[in-house]
Design a protein around this ligand. Structure first.
Ligand code: F6P
Length: 359
């Protein structure tokens, strides 16, 4: 097989387990005798001069990478190259610069570790620049289609579960209703998984419309049974009773979900008279050391991604299905956005436990 140079980049929001993927890619590429160039900060590293990248060899990827959260390559969830913001002058298509940079580096194939938004951009770059591409799914939101899990999801669920473990004793000590707001963007996977694992009494998901009367009835029922406290998990994209999204605007104009936990806590206090407190878990869910599962899946994904290049199978995404790594068309994975299936086994499990889902 002819020697190759692979480019690897992480794109979109970071999460735990990305470094396990990078490490595995370097190991597997070394097996084939290929070079690996780590591109910095997603495609941003290919827009600057000098180009920002580093050669990754076995010496640069020892076992400590398995324990490291974040991504050693850096990432970005801004700066779509097809509509790159130019201060004061609107946007510009900078994709040709990226395609030229890939050529200049002599990269024969790119492994893009991203979510559906990043994949859509990378795929367009791949098609316009004839750059062979393989995708590795990562996102704490677990909303990428055709894969049971994405790198980073399991760790985020563990962090949110641990938060509930820590909230429960203080809730009981003060006889309070604790509201935990978790991430997940438009998908409620983190809330559902962590809520069940952490023994929540109420879980509100963007996929299931709620009424505050149902939530209050559940909390009143617990009180009548002698329970003085409760745990409520709210996914960040749950809407207000009027259907409004709750977001925070940061300096510079970026708008992100944030605040629905406080909104729900106030409604609960009003409807039940309970004392409430709110915890917004935020980026803590992204930044912790990876769980064993994210290390394992990330490693298996990295190996398979390189093997796909060896077989000249491109425009594919590695995926986890039925306890093993497979690969699927990247376009299908992007198209099959995966929110919580309201008839799924886990939703039924939650209901069977008497967890209130607000409906
Ligand atoms: O998509 C991952 C995610 O962590 C979402 O769960 C969250 O809504 C968003 O990214 C936060 O984005 P940022 O890092 O830009 O604040």
């Amino acid at each position: 097989m002819t020697a190759k140079t692979i480019g690897i980049l992480t794109s979109g929001g970071d999460c735990a387990g990305l470094n396990a993927v990078i490490r595995a890619v370097v190991h597997r590429a070394n097996h084939y005798g290929w070079r690996v160039l780590g591109i910095r900060d997603g495609t941003m590293g290919l827009l600057d001069r000098p180009l920002r990248y580093s050669e990754l060899d076995l010496a640069s990827v020892d076992g400590t990478m398995m324990r490291l959260g974040g991504t050693v390559l850096g990432t970005t969830n801004k700066g779509n190259p097809f509509a790159f913001p130019i201060p004061g002058r609107g946007v510009k298509n900078r994709a040709p610069e990226i395609i030229a940079a890939v050529r200049e580096l002599g990269v024969n194939a790119v492994i893009g570790i991203g979510g559906d938004g990043s994949f859509a951009i990378l795929r367009r770059l791949s098609q316009e620049g004839r750059i062979p591409l393989v995708g590795v799914p990562k996102t704490i939101d677990n909303d990428i289609g055709l894969t049971e899990t994405s790198v980073g999801f399991d760790t985020a669920v563990s962090v949110a579960t641990e938060a509930l473990d820590r909230l429960q004793p203080t809730a009981a000590s003060h006889a309070r209703v604790m509201v935990l707001e978790v991430m997940g963007r438009d998908a409620g996977h983190i809330a559902l998984h962590a809520g069940i694992a952490g023994g929540a009494d109420v879980i509100l998901l963007p996929e299931i419309p709620y009424t505050i009367d149902k939530v209050a009835a559940k909390l009143n029922q617990l009180k009548a049974q002698g329970r003085n406290s409760a745990l409520v998990v709210v996914s960040e994209a749950v809407r207000t009773v009027e259907g409004r999204m709750v977001k925070v605007e940061y300096h510079g104009g970026a708008r992100r979900f944030g605040g629905i936990g406080q909104y729900i806590a106030d409604l609960i206090a009003e409807a039940t008279g309970a004392e409430t407190r709110v915890t917004v878990l935020g980026h803590v869910q992204r930044g912790s050391p990876p769980s064993a599962q994210d290390r394992l899946i990330g490693t298996a994904f990295g190996v398979h991604a390189v093997d796909l290049i060896a077989e000249s199978k491109f425009d594919r995404m590695v995926a986890w299905q039925n306890r093993r790594v497979i690969d699927v068309p990247l376009a299908d994975a992007i198209a099959r956005y995966q929110a919580v299936d309201t008839n799924s086994g886990l939703v039924k499990t939650a209901r069977a436990l008497g967890i209130c889902l607000g409906d």
